[in-house]
Design a protein around this ligand. Sequence first.
Ligand code: F6P
Length: 365
Amino acid sequence: KRRIAMMTSGGDSPGMNGAIRAVVRMGIEKGCEVYCVYEGYEGLVQGHNFIRKFEWPEVRGWLSEGGTLIGTARCMAFYERPGRLKAAKNLVINGIDALIICGGDGSLTGADKFRAEWPGLLKELVETKELTAEQIEPFKHLNIVGLVGSIDNDMSGTDATIGCFSALGRICEMVDYIEATASSHSRAFVIEVMGRHCGWLALMAGVATGADFVFIPEKPRAENWKEEMLSIHRKIGKRKTIVIVAEGAHDQEGNKISPEMIKDLLANKQGLALDTRITTLGHVQRGGSACAYDRYLSTLQGVEAVKAVLDATPETPTPFIAINENKITRKPLVQAVLDTKEVAKAIEARDFDKAMSLRDTEFHM
Ligand code: F6P
């Protein structure tokens, strides 16, 4: 029987449990044994009861649960070769030669490197007598399949990452709450949303709530944004001002634009003198149950991930499961990671036209 392991890694996102459920059940349906690795790469390094076989009923009810029920962690040990040697040994002694990982681009890149190193790791484990040549014989190749779990929707090559629509929905709900109190007091609110390098959440929330201003990393506002901001709003009789700022926002020179800076501007006595508050939404965006879209996306993608494992040959480049124009697709992981890095590089080089054009295809703007 083929043994597949499922793991979640990096920041959690709503829908990860749906992915685990789908992998466990599709794996069993296809005649495999499915294992879950607890606490991400940490569990892979630790082994023992961090790696456990799952049965069909164990994932019952998981679709509606937020976060990841098998845990996730940022694991330093896996970045070092001794940690990866332990991880490889743990997979071999559990008879596992395929790993499905739901995480962000960093976690998935780590997995692909692990796969590339795999033969060398096994060779070293035999040389150091941790394993025997007979033990490693059936484990010539390691199959990796990626599922992208991130609320930021920051991975190139897919229209949506697992969790982004749940977070977007949560943000919109919170902005609606804030609007009621803002309007009552004729106040301005600066609302910080997540998105380290990606403005998708801020931009889409801005569109979906009709916010007055949005600040995103890919396209800083023009030089005159302050004047622009001061010239409108209350002059046209609005009772409230809503500004949505992505946590990774900066100006055209690359200096961070903080919510405090925007508040100072709005509250400036010589300017608008608006009674201004800051709300940092924080982790309410990430926790909580998955919306219908993320439940369905994670389920379809989990099913496809198992199929990709079973179709893989040693020559198949590591795939990740994407969604493009409403179709579940398989794409080469390495290329998507490179494309994702291109956007970050363009932002760093302050080539915002390039950053935005790279995002255009993703954001469908
Ligand atoms: O999941 C990605 C993200 O939401 C980023 O937007 C944010 O900067 C980060 O996670 C915060 O994560 P943590 O609190 O786990 O460090």
